[in-house]
Design a protein around this ligand. Structure first.
Ligand SMILES: [Zn+2]
Length: 164
């Protein structure tokens, strides 16, 4: 009899604003008057997605897999890291049922980019776009988000492992 194992995972990440001319969110470059500080490309959304997937399969988190003391990943495209994680997950016979994400940013305005972010994440994960949802919230002008000090992101992921 076929057995289906379902697992859920959650991911959360925050990066502070720094000098710069663009930010990378969900693998999409957004021109802006500032950048985000980080050891890699500071893609806060892909880091949350990576942690949700790793959480679902019980493999720890992205910081354990790719420690920021590792000079080889300095400035690296987070899509490359997420692609590596996905390949390992798929090799272990897991499939992504769906992921749901939230970006928390006062500025820049995310809504014009939501569709391209959704498309890009689906492409990196090699899944249908209908399995990816992207939401955006402001910080209502309070806290680190509202004061435009940082951008945060959250993700939940549902995975299934099928065994015959
Ligand atoms: Zn991060």
């Amino acid at each position: 009899m076929e057995r289906e194992l379902l697992r859920i995972g959650i991911g959360h990440d925050t990066h502070c604003f720094d000098v710069g001319a663009f930010i990378i969110l969900g693998g999409v470059r957004i021109e802006y008057s500032r950048g985000l500080r980080g050891h890699s490309d500071a893609d806060v959304l892909l880091h949350a997605v990576s942690d949700a997937l790793l959480g679902a399969v019980g493999w720890g988190d992205i910081g354990e897999l790719y420690p920021d003391t590792d000079t080889a990943i300095r400035g690296i495209d987070s899509a490359v890291l997420l692609d590596e994680i996905c390949k390992k997950i798929y090799a272990a016979n897991w499939q992504i049922v769906n992921i749901d994400t939230i970006i928390f940013a006062e500025k820049p305005k995310i809504s014009p980019y939501k569709m391209s972010i959704k498309k890009r994440i689906a492409e990196i994960l090699s899944i249908d776009e209908s399995r990816v949802n992207v939401k955006a919230k402001t910080g209502e002008r309070v806290g680190i988000i509202g004061r435009e000090e940082a951008i945060s992101a959250e993700c939940v992921a549902l995975l299934v492992q099928k065994e015959n």
